[in-house]
Design a protein around this ligand. Structure first.
Ligand SMILES: NC(=O)c1ccc[n+]([C@@H]2O[C@H](COP(=O)([O-])OP(=O)(O)OC[C@H]3O[C@@H](n4cnc5c(N)ncnc54)[C@H](O)[C@@H]3O)[C@@H](O)[C@H]2O)c1
Length: 439
């Protein structure tokens, strides 16, 4: 593995001219203290990551390793960055969505944790990409992505930096889909581990994390009463299942739209109304998309909605709602309250879009709780350790998280929750290995 002298990446803006050691681009360095307090609060609920950090601090598996991370800049991500640094890595961080950055955390990363950070909540498209560029200019050897934007820029506009990179990880479903498409086209230039595919990730993070925090985002933005309302969930994958369960638990009638017959069947047997968006559009009070697809709610659906319908998205990109067509339908638009845009259509009907159609749980709330990110980020940390040892033997493809890592994360999490489980007896091991023993 190539190593690099500790030097500042080129073209990086210093945030504090008085202290040239602090590099990055954030909103306001005076928020750093508040960010540190919140990072420490999250750390309390991340026992698995804490245990890994303590081991990394002793073993230093990442000495001089340069990692560029394009992740939601939240308190939980801060604790992952601290874990990688404890292992000896040089870490560079930028946001993976223009609206998901917690500005206090971004400032704290620079001031207290020596992590050059480039992320501002509400940054425009150009600034968002300039921040990714700054991280790539640090010449990473490992990439850590959430949605595949960093890897895409690296493979399209900054290919000369590819020579330093020997492996990467990807956090979310949409990023994994993009990477698999790259690998299929033989365009992917290094092996990537799909963190999302670990059981200790999607079974918990997507289901319980996105489920709870998306409802949290809706409530913070609108303060609506969910009980007695009709909530329409588009997509019954891991996130959709979690959202539907939370909405039902809060007293809503839940309708689920799907394109996959198996998932639609599962939704119907889980007790929801499975139907098409055309059928759901005139009935819903609140619509949440979590499909990873585009234009799931579009012109004809907006036209069919009731006055006052609330629409938002928790899938990775802001393309699930066809907002350009809503813009064309609207006779006026105004901000009704923070994170709530009111679109008035011809005839006076109003449709409310939350968080500009971006991930509602990160735009209007704080993202997933630390307790669940503990496992996803433990998968990240242990997968980087695995890649440092094994990447040279891997092809330029997308890999699942090794089972040993998945099981180890589950074991550590159970231990932190004081949950004990049974162990197979010798007799049971033998029984499970035989085929001749029946009734
Ligand atoms: N908000 C967050 O913090 C967060 C966290 C994890 C994942 N995500 C994102 O959420 C999205 C969904 O993730 P997942 O893990 O549930 O994926 P998944 O693949 O398990 O599920 C997606 C589901 O959407 C369905 N679908 C696709 N097109 C559709 C359409 N037009 N109408 C209705 N259903 C459709 C698919 O059939 C599938 O069942 C992805 O973009 C992912 O990156 C967001």
């Amino acid at each position: 593995m190539a190593s690099r002298k500790k030097s500042k990446p080129a073209k990086v803006k210093a945030v504090a001219a008085a202290d040239p050691a602090m590099i990055g681009h954030v909103k306001d360095m005076s928020l750093a203290r508040a960010g540190k307090d919140r990072i420490e609060w999250a750390e309390r609920n991340m026992p698995v990551l804490r245990a890994i950090r303590a081991r990394f601090a002793k073993e230093k598996p990442f000495k001089k390793l340069r990692i560029a991370a394009c992740l939601h800049v939240t308190t939980e991500t801060a604790n992952l960055m601290r874990t990688l640094k404890a292992g000896g890595a040089e870490v560079y961080l930028c946001g993976s969505n223009p609206l998901s950055t917690q500005d206090d955390v971004a400032a704290a990363m620079i001031k207290y944790y020596d992590v050059p950070t480039f992320a501002i909540k509400g940054e425009d498209h150009k600034t968002y990409y300039s921040h990714i560029v700054s991280c790539i200019e640090a010449k990473p050897q490992i990439t850590m992505d959430d949605g595949c934007d960093l890897v895409t820029v690296l493979h399209t506009k900054m290919t000369k930096y590819l020579r330093d990179v020997f492996a990467g990880t990807e956090e979310t479903s949409t990023g994994v889909t993009r990477l698999r498409a790259m690998a299929k086209d033989k365009k992917l230039k290094f092996p990537v581990i799909a963190i999302n595919d670990a059981d200790t990730k999607h079974l918990f993070d997507n289901r319980y994390g996105t489920g709870q925090s998306s409802m949290d985002g809706v409530l913070r933005a609108t303060n609506m009463l969910v009980a007695g309302s009709t909530v329409v969930i588009a997509g019954y994958g891991w996130c959709g299942r979690g959202l539907a369960a939370r909405a039902k638990g809060m007293g809503a009638t839940v309708m689920v739209t799907e394109v996959d017959p198996l998932r639609a069947l599962e939704a119907a047997m889980d007790g929801y109304i499975a139907c098409s968006m055309e059928e759901a559009a005139p009935k819903g009070d609140l619509f949440i998309t979590v499909t990873g697809n585009k234009s799931v709610i579009r012109r004809e659906h907006f036209l069919a909605m009731k006055d006052g319908a609330i629409v938002c998205n928790s899938g990775h990109f802001n393309v699930e709602l066809d907002i350009p067509s809503l813009d064309r339908l609207a006779v006026s638009k105004r901000v009704a309250r923070p994170f709530v845009d009111e679109y008035k259509l011809k005839g006076g009907k109003r449709v409310y879009v939350l968080g500009e159609g971006r991930l509602i749980n990160l735009a209007a709330a704080e993202g997933h709780p630390a307790m669940v990110m503990d496992m996803s980020f433990a998968d990240q940390a242990l997968s980087v350790e695995y890649l440092v040892k094994k990447a040279s033997k891997l092809a330029k493809d997308v890999y699942v998280v090794p089972q040993d890592i998945d099981k180890e994360v589950a074991r550590l999490k159970l231990k932190s929750m004081n949950v004990t489980i049974d162990t197979l007896t010798a007799e049971q091991v033998k029984y499970l290995a035989t085929w001749s023993e029946g009734t």
